[in-house]
Ligand binder design. Structure first.
Ligand code: NAD
Length: 273
């Protein structure tokens, strides 16, 4: 199956669709990774705080697919921010996953009250120069946070992974990203199922013969976002991958856009530390 890829501002490419490992129990992670790869996923979203990087590495090694065919993301957690500490956090992630390099390393949250994200960004720039990570990006950064790191270092993150679903569409951040060549990656893309029953989603599902989850994932793809739904069930993993054989019309995209409600399911980056 040919899956769409997005070109990053450092010249590399990544699959537009992947799956996430948040709340996947450590002891199930290797199996979920193997099943995801067997189903056809080629991008996996991990994080140190998910507590399952060891299982991520185990699953990768037993998945039977060449390392360079799979795009691995992980993240520096909030208590490891700072120039030296973040560099050590990167080493720790690499050693847990069992790889000399990951494809993408993100700062998990800006934690503005800590005041360390600029130093953490400088650490990631150094880790990239040292070959420990191929690409570097951020997560949950606001426009002002992005402006700060870009202004101070001149290095534009390849990607910002943010909460994004029909009830929180992040128009301002998406516009900023588009202007600066930053990929928008949607976390909690299904929005905890809160839009599954919404009329525009139901109507598109009825017309296309797809599930509400598939319609919403397709909406993300057509917005140009990278997307990382999570499922621990083989059937769920397969369903979420089966979104490349249909399209939403412009009218359906516009109808889903009306579901914006400014509603977060997760923490607010302004106050989360
Ligand atoms: P999600 O939107 O992927 O939803 C997951 C929930 O939806 C699960 O309960 C799952 O069983 C259910 N589900 C999955 N596929 C379904 C389907 N086809 N039909 C019906 N239900 C379905 O939410 P998530 O796990 O919160 O987010 C996805 C990933 O994003 C995470 O695993 C993680 O990798 C990442 N994430 C990142 C951050 C961050 O701060 N950067 C925060 C949260 C999540």
């Amino acid at each position: 199956m040919t899956q769409p890829r997005l070109t990053l501002n450092d010249g590399r490419t990544m699959p537009q669709l992947g799956f996430g490992l948040w709340q996947v129990p450590a002891e199930e992670t290797a199996r979920v990774v193997r099943e995801g790869v067997a189903a056809g996923y080629r991008m996996i979203d991990g994080a140190a705080i998910y507590g399952n990087e060891v299982g991520l590495g185990e699953g990768l090694r037993s998945a039977g697919v060449a390392r360079d065919q799979i795009f691995i993301t992980t993240k520096v957690w909030n208590d490891r921010q700072g120039r030296q500490e973040a560099a050590r956090a990167v080493e720790d992630s690499l050693s847990r996953i069992g790889l000399p390099q990951v494809d993408l390393m993100l700062i998990h949250w800006p934690c503005p009250e800590q005041g360390l994200f600029l130093d953490t960004w400088k650490a990631l720039i150094e880790c990239r120069a040292a070959g420990k990570v191929a690409s570097i990006g951020v997560s949950n950064f606001r426009v002002a946070d992005l402006e700060r790191i870009i202004g101070e270092t001149g290095v534009v993150p390849v990607l910002n992974q943010i909460e994004l679903h029909p009830r929180l569409q992040q128009a301002e951040l998406r516009a900023f990203h588009a202007k600066h060549g930053i990929v928008t990656q949607s976390w909690t893309p299904l929005g905890q199922g809160r839009s599954f029953e919404a009329a525009p989603v139901q109507a598109a599902a009825a017309r296309t013969g797809k599930s509400p989850a598939q319609v919403i994932l397709r909406w993300h793809l057509q917005l140009g976002c990278a997307v990382i739904p999570r499922s621990t069930r083989a059937a769920g993993l397969a369903e979420n991958l089966d979104i490349f054989d249909f399209s939403l019309t412009e009218a359906e995209m516009a109808a889903i856009a009306t579901l914006e409600a400014g509603e977060r399911t997760g923490p607010d980056p302004a106050t989360f530390n």
